[in-house]
Design a binder for this molecule. Structure first.
Ligand code: FES
Length: 71
C-alpha cells in the first residue's frame, strides 16, 4: 500500500486491485484525458481490463493479473 503526501488527496493501492483516490477533483488518464470525479472516493483501474476505464469495474476480481495467478 502507498499513499501520496499531498494534503487533501490520498491514494491507496489495493493489492491486485485498483487505486483508491480520495479527495481528488480530477483524474488524468495515460492519454492525458481528464476525468472529473464526483465522489469522495474513486477506484482507478490498474489492471487495464476495465470496461469503464479509467474506473475499476471489478474485472480484476475475475481475470488474474499476476503470472502466478494464471493457469
Ligand atoms: S483494477 Fe479493477 S478492473 Fe482493473
Amino acid at each position: 500500500m502507498s499513499r501520496s503526501t499531498r494534503p487533501g488527496v490520498s491514494v491507496e493501492l489495493c493489492p491486485d486491485g485498483p487505486l483508491l483516490v480520495r479527495g481528488a477533483d480530477v483524474v488524468r488518464d495515460a492519454d492525458g484525458i481528464e476525468h472529473a470525479t464526483t465522489r469522495p472516493v474513486v477506484a482507478v483501474c490498474t489492471c487495464g481490463m476495465s470496461g469503464r476505464a479509467p474506473w475499476c469495474d471489478g474485472t480484476h476480481k475475475v481475470v488474474p493479473t499476476r503470472p502466478e495467478q494464471r493457469r
